[in-house]
Design a protein around this ligand. Structure first.
Ligand code: CA
Length: 220
């Protein structure tokens, strides 16, 4: 899962980036509106955390611009405390959720998790696809009811596939949502993680769709 944080206050941006990183997300940070706009329009994000007071282009204008360009990723807006008019304008502009500053970092993580899940069409924090269960809040996985221990990267791969249960996910897309930096990306390693996941979860757990990518089939 890939998150864009658009926040001009360096310490807060750093705090958000490290907490989201610890929670298993791949994080990009933009320190002003123009940079945020560039990244949002050129990369694919599962969720955006957007401050409203930003240099160069303000958050509301950004949100407006994205929605008009047809970008539908969930956006969590950060507003100044007590600024109810910002909140209203944010929701009007297409924000999916908002949080007033100052906030507890755990709350940001929980909201981000819920937005990603809802965008994927899941109402509960437990995703089920066939025999697999993934508890996104506790980062736990089980196959046929038996808990399975996964490494951080294996979990990211499985989590992305399960959030898109029933859809074929290409290798490039998967790679993009697992690694933060382009230099880390190597399509071979995705194959390695898929092979390890199959060993742990069962050979049939993840299907290869030749030439297209991977798919986890939904419960039938
Ligand atoms: Ca700001």
């Amino acid at each position: 899962m890939r998150v864009l944080v658009v926040e001009d206050e360096p310490r807060l941006a750093e705090h958000l980036a490290s907490a989201l990183g610890d929670a298993g997300y791949v994080v990009d940070v933009a320190a002003d509106g123009a940079r945020g706009d560039f990244l949002a329009q050129t990369e694919r994000y599962d969720v955006v955390v957007l401050d409203l007071g930003l240099p160069r282009i303000d958050g509301l204008s950004l949100l407006d611009r994205w929605r008009q360009a047809g970008l539908a990723m969930p956006v969590l807006v950060l507003t100044a405390r007590g600024s109810w008019h910002e909140k209203v304008r944010g929701i009007d502009a297409g924000a999916d959720d908002y949080l007033a500053k100052p906030f507890h970092i755990e709350e940001v993580i929980a909201r981000v998790r819920a937005l990603v899940r809802r965008a994927a069409g899941h109402a509960s924090s437990e995703l089920r696809c066939g025999p697999l269960t993934l508890d996104v809040a506790r980062a736990r996985v089980s196959a046929h009811g038996v808990p399975v221990a996964l490494t951080a990267h294996e979990f990211r791969v499985l989590s992305y596939l399960m959030h898109h249960c029933g859809r074929v996910v290409g290798q490039a897309e998967l790679t993009e949502h697992i690694y933060a930096q382009a230099f880390e990306r190597d399509s071979n390693t995705v194959e390695v993680f898929i092979a390890r996941l199959r060993r742990k979860l069962g050979a049939e757990s993840i299907k290869t769709v030749r030439g297209l990518g991977y798919c986890i089939e939904p419960t039938r």
